[in-house]
Design a binder for this molecule. Structure first.
Ligand SMILES: [Fe+2]
Length: 262
């Protein structure tokens, strides 16, 4: 079973650009690559910052594009998004009992959980008591399942000062729930526009650089340099005993040789 993780499209209104790039064109590039090579994906998750300035026009563009996208897609919110504006276009998106945009899917014996870490007015993300309670219940209900978590805000740092003060404000509360479950296999994150993998408290994570502008981390100067590499996304493969994540660039590269599959 494969799933696609797409993040941070930062869509803007028609005829607008962002840092001189066209975010919708770059997201479309990723969608076309998934349509061509991964149309059998069971799921596509877009983990927030759907619209750069939360314009309803940008959400409408996304909705119109998704109308022809063949892979079931779940949408999440990031710090650039606005719940009311999002809901004005995606009114059919499932929420928890308190109206937060968090829900889950059970696919192939695994549970995929999508968190709403948006804290309006703050540069930090947060899972309030209501959202933590929902997560605890959703994990308890999946005690016999492998679990993958999708979150916009990373739970712990990525080693760059740029993001200090721009992470989840209560990571210990979340991580203690995930560790207690015991079968959380992976955490997928957006927000940082950096490609990175590692582990937090023993649980593997990946961050995706996303489809719009990217950040090239320089761990010597500790600068965060904003660039526009080719749009990228992640493909996760779940087998019985493994969970693998592959980074895919939407750009085509020259093929040097082909060795046939067996
Ligand atoms: Fe972002």
């Amino acid at each position: 079973m494969i799933i696609a993780h797409v993040t941070d499209p930062h869509l803007v209104g028609p005829d607008e650009t962002l840092f001189g790039i066209d975010p919708m064109r770059r997201l479309d590039h990723v969608f076309r690559r998934i349509e061509r090579d991964y149309s059998d994906a069971r799921l596509c998750v877009i983990s927030g910052d759907l619209a750069d300035r939360a314009q309803a026009q940008a959400y409408t563009m996304l909705r119109e594009r998704l109308a022809t996208f063949p892979v079931p897609t779940r949408l999440m919110l990031g710090n650039h998004d606005d719940r009311a504006s999002f809901r004005s276009v995606f009114s059919d998106t499932a929420t928890d009992a308190h109206g937060f945009i968090q829900n889950f899917d059970d696919i192939g014996g695994a549970r995929f959980i999508y968190l709403d870490t948006l804290a309006p007015g703050s540069s930090q993300g947060r899972l309030c008591e209501n959202r933590l309670s929902w997560l605890a219940d959703t994990l308890a209900d999946a005690a016999d399942k492998d679990v993958a978590i999708f979150t916009h805000y990373p739970f712990r740092g990525v080693g760059l000062p740029h993001f200090e003060g721009m992470l989840l404000s209560n990571p210990d509360a979340v991580m203690s729930l995930l560790k207690a479950h015991g079968r959380v296999r992976h955490i997928f994150c957006g927000h940082v526009h950096v490609s990175m993998s590692g582990q937090w408290d023993g649980i593997p994570f990946t961050t995706s650089a996303g489809t719009a502008h990217h950040i090239l981390p320089d761990f010597s100067s500790r600068d965060a340099r904003f660039v526009a590499m080719t749009p990228q996304f992640d493909i996760a493969t779940l087998d019985r005993n493994s969970f693998r994540v592959t980074r895919v660039e939407a750009e085509e590269w020259p093929v040097l040789a082909i060795s046939g599959g067996v």
